[in-house]
Ligand binder design. Structure first.
Ligand SMILES: [Zn+2]
Length: 255
């Protein structure tokens, strides 16, 4: 996998990206089925191609998705779990966990932080990829309230909850889950995304993953063309050679 970092901003803020050789496991936490596939499936495929174990944790079942009112919301939850599981398989991910929170009603509560901390302690990832907790005024659709809630709770679960033996004490006392220190957070759909990953070779699998979400994307005439346009623009902004495709992230070193 190759990655490029854009030149430092005027304030000289720099990001540090872990040496890929030090990354054995990555945990991805999102609000809804399909979020990871729009934002990061190409990058996930670069990791699984490199032998990294990637686990998905989806906070809701996406019950509020789709537009067919004849499908019950319980049915929709089952459909979307299946779709996300198939999409994960398209990019080499076989471990998908659902927290079962309600779509449209996600908040960064103590309970959600505990649920995510549990998965962090079970998976023991060096890197966690999630959604930006910031509202992005230029792309409001990307900063859906559930996305911000998932990102906010995940960042809090990474620091300080998962590493603190005295946070969510039942995790250690009743479940035997030892504290775990995550080294790095990657944020999707962030207005501060400066780290760019070339996903040209993974593009077809990203599109296959997106097509797995039939209940959400079947109305799109040219999904591949639409997504390619985004990735071309991201690559061009980062100065990658013409014809390359890229996804971008804000990388936060937790330390
Ligand atoms: Zn979403």
């Amino acid at each position: 996998m190759e990655g490029w970092t854009l030149p430092p901003a005027a304030d000289d803020r720099r990001e540090t990206v872990l040496d890929e050789r030090d990354v054995e496991r990555v945990l991805v936490v999102t609000a809804h089925p399909d979020d990871v596939d729009f934002g990061a499936a190409g990058t996930v495929a670069t990791w699984t191609d490199a032998g990294v174990e990637v686990v998905y944790c989806i906070c809701t079942d996406g019950q509020a998705g789709g537009s067919d009112r004849t499908v019950s919301r319980t049915e929709m939850a089952a459909i979307r779990r299946e779709e996300q599981t198939a999409a994960a398989a398209a990019v080499g991910v076989t471990d998908v966990r659902f927290l079962g929170h309600m779509d449209g009603e996600l908040f960064p509560t103590h309970e959600l932080r505990r649920d995510i901390s549990r998965v962090i302690r079970q998976v023991r990832p060096q890197r966690v990829l999630t959604q930006s907790p910031e509202r992005w005024w230029d792309r409001l659709g990307a900063s859906h309230p559930d996305h911000r809630a998932a990102g906010d709770a995940t960042v809090d679960a990474v620091y300080p909850d998962a590493r603190n033996p005295f946070a969510h004490t039942s995790l250690l006392d009743d479940e035997g889950l030892e504290p775990w220190v995550v080294d790095e957070i990657w944020l999707m759909a962030s207005p501060r995304a400066e780290h760019v990953v070339d996903v040209t070779d993974q593009f077809d699998r990203k599109i296959a993953a997106l097509h797995s979400h039939a209940s959400q994307v079947s109305g799109h005439d040219d999904l591949a063309g639409f997504v390619r346009g985004w990735l071309v623009a991201t690559a061009a902004q980062a100065g990658l050679p013409e014809g390359r495709l890229a996804e971008r992230f804000q990388v936060v070193s937790v330390g």
